[in-house]
Design a protein around this ligand. Sequence first.
Ligand SMILES: Cc1cc2nc3c(=O)[nH]c(=O)nc-3n(C[C@H](O)[C@H](O)[C@H](O)COP(=O)(O)OP(=O)(O)OC[C@H]3O[C@@H](n4cnc5c(N)ncnc54)[C@H](O)[C@@H]3O)c2cc1C
Length: 296
Amino acid sequence: MKLKSLFAQEGLRIVEKEPLARHTTLRVGGVADFFFAPENYFELLRGVTLAEEMGLPLTFLGGGSNLLVRDGGVRGLVVSLRAMRSFSREGDLLEAEAGAFVPEILSFCATCGLSGLEFLAGVPATIGGAVVMNAGAFGQEMKDVLTEVTVLENGAFRTFKVEELPFSYRSWGGPEKALVVKAKLRLFSSSPEEVRGKMSRFLAQRKHKQPLRQQTAGCVFKNPAEAPAGYLIEKAGLKGCVCGQAAISRKHANFIVNLGGARASEVLSLMDRAKEEVFKAFGIELSEEVRVVGEA
Ligand SMILES: Cc1cc2nc3c(=O)[nH]c(=O)nc-3n(C[C@H](O)[C@H](O)[C@H](O)COP(=O)(O)OP(=O)(O)OC[C@H]3O[C@@H](n4cnc5c(N)ncnc54)[C@H](O)[C@@H]3O)c2cc1C
């Protein structure tokens, strides 16, 4: 029986050949063979179990703000968490489903004077993606505010205390195939004015340095110990370098921008060029921060 009918029998909806460019901030890449956006834990568990029983490869998608999807698209089932987006507050604790959108959480925090997440102002992530990437800025990271992370792994839900996870720079270190479904964060009470003020200051710094109005996937490379990747790429003479409809940002050389209709192959070719030139000039190997998925 066809996969779509099997899912339909269980009351689950999947879409065939969904363009993934629609679901990433860089807006490039091919289609997902099958795309599934569960609305609750029951649907999520049923859908993921079905896919696993059928041996389909699974790819998880949050806000798509750190993802480069290759032009040939993604085989198997892409699971988007974006419809599981609720969050709630109890005192200084905030509990959020993986698909909760960080900008929405920040606007809630600004309204009720809850402080601790301001460093993520301007980051179009989901909580799940922010946990997995251990998103960070201005000297803070997700691990500093997390208390618990709940995952779905091998058909069962399991909750980790933050101390049980080996977080590091842009990595949560959790089980490789686990799907983050929920997180608890410890924030602290402040005033709406203070929280808003801090967010505005961070956002102003970002706007000054980063191409926030353009289509990007954030920083392309991790910062090596020696120097920031953007500095190295700029010093290697690549700021503004263009390939087709993709370009290394003139504002911040660690961002690649989609000028309109770029192909993933163009972005990848700029990434290769940056790695080559930085290695030639400084003997430093850049490693990707963006997650590259799919087939060429
Ligand atoms: C304008 C802009 C600014 C940015 N600024 C920053 C910054 O300051 N600091 C920073 O660290 N990053 C920054 N980023 C990058 C990006 O926002 C972060 O890496 C973010 O954590 C990615 O979250 P996401 O929900 O978009 O994840 P996605 O891009 O959808 O996914 C990223 C990875 O996590 C996996 N994943 C996503 N959700 C789950 C889940 N629930 N369970 C298991 N795996 C999952 C995906 O499979 C993928 O491997 C920026 C990006 C943009 C576009």
